[in-house]
Write a protein that binds this ligand. Structure first.
Ligand code: HEC
Ligand code: HEC
Ligand code: HEC
Ligand code: HEC
Ligand code: HEC
Ligand code: HEC
Ligand code: HEC
Length: 437
């Protein structure tokens, strides 16, 4: 399929489009040339380009890393990346299924939803009408998307097709709402889940190649959560190398570190190719690309979902919107475009996403990132220094990277609009920050 014309229907996931009356935007695109070019760049052996999943054999999964990187693994398990998609079971859900807090009324007095749990799992039911003339549609929650930090949205299988469920749990409100972009007073169980949604929220889904519908997957091939290898590339060669090194070291008494292996116990240690991508060793553009696959907006795909490998040029796989300098960028899911607008970013080559974030551990408090600002700025260089003095040092963040409403992720409930609140990554002076303390 690589050589031929590659036709794919791109359906914009609901969460990334404006909520208004719009349910689904779809368009078809032929991208034969660029796809083939992107794929031939790195040969097929390392890539999951074959949607069948056969070339996925170089991906070994998180369990394989655990043996040697237990420290990283044990903190990573608690991150939003790891938890961003998972199976529903007791303890993994933030939604409230107990009677008393498990219903959601809608604008239509003849429609309400009930979220319940039972022997067969967890369910969403749309109830039309009033007893004794009720009509119900029930679907089982098969997958959970969203770590629950802000909320979780559910998906269900109908055969090999994956659909989104109409009711979402919104954590800051501690309430059930219509899923983002769904119209209040409707019960829409037919919204297909396209590969791009899963590409951002899971490790791998093997799509069944077909022109339509675009939401058919091999259930067996899926890996939930975001794995180590999404940022580090396929790990098989690295694991084999390190296992061999460890065995070699065991057989060679006196070797200091069994894990590192004798073969690179020389001073050249750091320069050794360990057959795994360490993003920190990439150029700044390629480092940002690793995160931009999921943090630079929806974009348009030029290659099948899940085929990008860290270290490669992302634009060959995914065209992220080239934004006009004055275009408004929503705070949701586009930290890259926003950060890139900052003078801090443009006037220094030092800043990458991991300059501030350690993605192997849970997010720490926003204010604590102020020390990152102070590697370049002095407290005194803030315009408010004369007024607030050293007090400023406690929190540069809330004034210069404020949390704001997203206009892309909007839910409607009880006639209210609820917007997801997200931190703006455009570091600058905000007009209303002067009053904040
Ligand atoms: C058999 C042991 C072993 C296994 C399994 C293993 N690693 Fe490693 N890894 C090492 C050792 C040893 C190093 C050398 C650096 C160190 O001491 O941490 C290393 C280094 C790394 C580096 C840094 C590479 C560099 O160039 O700086 C990354 C990233 C990494 N491993 C990721 C992974 C991932 C992801 C997995 C699972 C797919 C994995 N490792 C599985 C032993 C292992
Ligand atoms: C969201 C992307 C992402 C994920 C997921 C991720 N890493 Fe990393 N990893 C990075 C980045 C970026 C660096 C370089 C900066 C740093 O060291 O934090 C890195 C560095 C490393 C290193 C070398 C530096 C060190 O800390 O020793 C190892 C080893 C490593 N990762 C292992 C893992 C393992 C094991 C997992 C899965 C449990 C994992 N990573 C998941 C992005 C990621
Ligand atoms: C495969 C897609 C993907 C990649 C690659 C990725 N992220 Fe994410 N990231 C997400 C998603 C999805 C979320 C939201 C998770 C949730 O809360 O459900 C997220 C959340 C985060 C958060 C918030 C964490 C929290 O605890 O709330 C940070 C910070 C972050 N990502 C940074 C990074 C950085 C830095 C990189 C690159 C080194 C990166 N991400 C790469 C998909 C990705
Ligand atoms: C381009 C990548 C991308 C796509 C596509 C995408 N998301 Fe997200 N999603 C994110 C990121 C990144 C976040 C974290 C908030 C932020 O940075 O805006 C997030 C946040 C969320 C959250 C809130 C998680 C939390 O607890 O904080 C849910 C729920 C969610 N997405 C569901 C979905 C569903 C369902 C789809 C597909 C129908 C989807 N998203 C499509 C990247 C994406
Ligand atoms: C100058 C420091 C800095 C840089 C650089 C940076 N971030 Fe952040 N980021 C933050 C802070 C501070 C927070 C808020 C943490 C919190 O609330 O706990 C944050 C939060 C996030 C979140 C969660 C959004 C939310 O509203 O909770 C995501 C996703 C994220 N960053 C992704 C990225 C990505 C991707 C990059 C690179 C394009 C990046 N960040 C670069 C400081 C930074
Ligand atoms: C790697 C160095 C570096 C880091 C880290 C950094 N900045 Fe900057 N920042 C700069 C440079 C350089 C400028 C441009 C100064 C100039 O041109 O006079 C700048 C400009 C600014 C401006 C003025 C922006 C404008 O549009 O006029 C503000 C406000 C600012 N930084 C705040 C912060 C805050 C808050 C943080 C932490 C979240 C931070 N910076 C992190 C280097 C950095
Ligand atoms: C209470 C909100 C607030 C806090 C906290 C704050 N700032 Fe500011 N900062 C502002 C405002 C408002 C301005 C614009 C002042 C003006 O133009 O007079 C500004 C201006 C700046 C500038 C730009 C100065 C210029 O020449 O354009 C920098 C750089 C800066 N702040 C850095 C920081 C750093 C670093 C911290 C943390 C140590 C910090 N700020 C904490 C509100 C804040």
């Amino acid at each position: 399929m690589l050589g031929g014309k590659f036709l794919r229907t791109v359906v914009v996931p609901a969460l990334l489009v404006s909520s208004s009356a719009l349910i689904l935007v779809s368009h078809s695109r032929t991208s034969g040339a660029s796809t083939a070019a992107a794929a031939s760049n790195h040969g097929t052996s390392r890539l999951g380009v074959g949607v069948e999943g056969s070339s996925r054999k170089d991906y070994v999964g998180d369990a394989a890393c655990k043996a040697c990187h237990q420290g990283v693994e044990s903190t990573y398990e608690h991150t939003a990346h790891h938890l961003t998609s998972r199976l529903p079971n007791k303890g993994s859900l933030v939604g409230k299924f107990a009677p008393g807090s498990n219903t959601m009324p809608t604008l239509d007095p003849n429609l309400h939803f009930v979220m319940s749990s039972g022997k067969g799992g967890y369910f969403e039911t749309a109830v039309f009408g009033k007893p004794p003339d009720e009509v119900k549609q029930t679907e089982r929650i098969d997958l959970v998307v969203g770590s629950g930090e802000r909320g979780e949205t559910y998906l269900y299988w109908k055969g090999d097709r994956l659909f989104e469920l109409p009711v979402t749990f919104w954590t800051p409100l501690n309430e059930w709402t219509n899923s983002p972009g769904y119209r209040d007073g409707t019960a829409d169980f037919d919204r297909p889940v396209v590969p791009r949604c899963l590409e951002c929220h899971a490790t791998y889904f093997s799509a069944i190649p077909s022109e339509a519908p675009a939401n058919r997957y091999h259930k067996a091939g899926s890996v939930l959560g975001i794995s180590c290898e999404r940022c580090h590339g396929p790990g098989r060669e690295h694991v084999e190398l390190e296992k061999a090194a460890a065995q070699h070291a065991q057989k060679t008494p006196g070797s200091a570190d069994a894990g590192s292996g004798e073969h690179r116990s020389d001073a050249q240690n750091g320069a050794q190719d360990l057959k795994i991508v360490n993003p920190e060793k990439l150029s700044r553009d390629r480092q940002i690309d690793v995160c931009a696959e999921c943090h630079a907006g929806l974009g348009e795909d030029r290659a099948p979902a899940f085929s990008f490998v860290p270290g490669q040029v992302l634009s060959e796989y995914l065209e992220v919107q080239p934004l006009e300098p004055n275009a408004k960028v929503d705070v949701h899911g586009n930290q890259v475009a926003l950060l890139e607008r900052s003078r801090c970013f443009r006037s220094s080559t030092k800043i990458t996403c991991n300059f501030c974030h350690d993605v192997h551990t849970r997010e720490r408090s926003a204010a604590s990132y102020s020390d990152r600002c102070l590697t370049c700025h002095k407290v005194e260089s803030c315009g408010l220094y004369p007024k607030l003095g050293q007090e400023l040092a406690k929190n540069c963040i809330d004034c210069h990277m404020p949390v704001q409403d997203s206009n892309l992720i909007v839910s409607n409930v009880g006639g209210k609009e609820i917007k997801m609140r997200i931190r703006n990554h455009w570091i600058k002076v905000y007009a209303d920050a002067a009053g904040q303390q």
